[in-house]
Design a protein around this ligand. Structure first.
Ligand code: PLP
Length: 471
């Protein structure tokens, strides 16, 4: 394209004021704030200019209809919520990227009850004076874990940081080399340690650490012995680690607190669901840990929170640390957490009503039934017979750094098509409203029904129907 042609094309680009008069754009103005529509017009015209200057691809649409609709679609996108519901068809129950635990109905109702009006967040109703927000979940946490005291902060990274900063700033913390983990995002034990002001004293080796290693790591600068749950990986083979009982005895002998970062923080035994070996919070305390920290939104199945349970004197020190103010939880967290925790008073009820636990405990038979249902719905949606739909057995992961390397048997629906590549299917479903998130495995688009909520099968079938229509 010559300079003259380019100039001619650039001249054809309509002005902002004219585009604002296009019918579709007037529609967008009725739906969205003017500023957003103006941004959409400018972005759209800017892209037209760029495409003409680069001389790449087909020429942009100049006429009112098509350009107006592009602008309106762009305005819709700009005005949309950024945080939106998605359908989790990955089978990963605690999926940090997809928001971790779903709250139980009880917690949602409670959240509304507490947040609709005023409440006694920091008001002592007995004394008629200022109270503490930290009392609200403490009673139920003590009841469920058998601990002396409890403190809830914003998340578990915050709880670990607070424990280290309060009890070990400027002094040494002895940790096994096999437990210097990175939990994704940016939580790495050595980094949290140095940010807190504590000094890491690594002992043992990656695969084997013995009691004598901890013993040799203790000196007059030692403030704490720490055990970290290797949440997202497992060392197998020639391995050895020191049990909490032994570590706790060593700590007592030297007058040092022993802190366990449990990560996921399971409150009940999941052995009946094939998930044995996960230390429960109460179990860690009974084994002698002085402090245990864990998340509110992993296996516990509640809101994001960091929970600290254990010795009253240590928790009191943490509570008084000025940094606690920067990690404090709000009423929404406390309302959702307290109501989720109350469900644990009856284990059967917890398994039924806490979505995270329900999804873990769901039977293979039920998963098979639900996969067959989803496959049948997809088959009905596929009027043109362009999909190949198959129910297969597979494995789901608990996720969230819980129970690494232990997969749960499940049923998945695998879809492939001569007309749509697996990538194309994945992309279309991800762009659907609501987005459907699955995975690709050797040329198939795979959906695990474990993490679907009732009714979402129909939405997925509708998404496929739209995709086939648009072909
Ligand atoms: C997940 C995890 C954390 C971080 O917890 P958040 O609640 O995400 O802040 C810390 N330690 C371990 C061992 C974990 O598994």
């Amino acid at each position: 394209m010559g300079d003259k042609e380019v100039r001619e094309l650039l001249r054809q680009i309509p002005g902002v004021d004219r585009v604002l008069e296009f019918e579709a754009v007037r529609g967008a103005l009725a739906r969205h704030p003017r500023g957003i529509v103006l941004d959409a017009v400018r972005e759209e015209l800017g892209e037209m200019r760029k495409r003409i200057l680069l001389g790449a691809g087909p020429l942009p649409a100049f006429e009112a209809d098509e350009l107006g609709q592009s602008v309106a679609r762009r305005a819709d996108r700009l005005a949309a919520y950024t945080l939106r519901p998605v359908i989790n068809a990955t089978g990963i129950v605690i999926h940090t990227n997809l928001g971790r635990s779903l709250l139980p109905e009880e917690a949602l109702t409670r959240l509304e009850t507490i947040c609709r009006g005023f409440n006694n967040l920091e008001y002592d109703l007995q004394k008629g004076q200022r109270g503490s927000r930290y009392v609200h979940a403490e009673g139920i946490l003590r009841e469920l874990t058998g601990s002396e005291a409890a403190l809830v902060v914003n998340n578990n990274a915050g709880a670990v940081f607070l424990a280290l900063n309060t009890l070990a700033a400027g002094r040494e913390v002895v940790v096994s080399r096999g437990q210097l983990v990175e939990i994704g995002g940016s939580f790495r034990i050595p980094d949290v340690m140095s940010a807190s002001g504590a000094i890491l004293k690594e002992v043992g080796t990656t695969n084997r650490t013995h009691l004598k290693d901890y013993v040799s790591g203790i000196n007059d600068r030692t403030a704490m012995l720490m055990k970290v749950h290797t949440s997202n990986y497992r060392i197998v083979g020639f391995t050895s680690e020191v049990a909490m009982e032994e570590l706790a005895a060593l700590g007592r002998q030297h007058g040092l607190p022993v802190v366990e970062d449990l990560g996921s923080g399971c409150l009940i035994d999941l052995a009946p669901f094939g998930l044995s070996g996960e230390t429960t919070v109460g179990g860690a305390l009974r084994s002698g840990a002085d402090l245990v920290t864990f998340s509110g939104d992993k296996l516990l199945g509640g809101p994001q929170a960091g929970i600290m349970v254990g010795r009253k004197d240590l928790i009191e020190k943490c509570r008084k640390n000025p940094i606690t103010r920067a990690l404090r939880v709000d009423k929404m967290t406390l309302a959702a957490l307290e109501s989720t925790l109350r469900l644990y008073r009856d284990e059967r009820q917890a398994l039924e009503k806490i979505p995270t636990l329900r999804m873990i405990a769901i039977s293979v038979e039920e998963l098979g039934r639900r996969a067959a249902e989803l496959a049948a719905l997809l088959d009905t949606a596929d009027r043109e017979r362009v999909l190949h739909i198959e129910v297969r057995s597979g494995f789901s992961q608990v996720g969230g750094g819980s129970l690494p390397a232990r997969d749960l048997p499940t049923s998945v629906v695998a879809v492939r098509s001569g007309q749509f590549s697996a990538n194309r299917i994945e992309e279309f479903l991800r762009g659907f409203d609501p987005p459907v998130i699955g995975r690709i495995e050797s040329g198939h688009f795979i959906m695990d029904v474990r993490t679907l909520i009732t009714g979402q099968e129909e939405i997925i079938a509708e998404a496929f129907e739209r995709m086939i229509e648009k072909k």
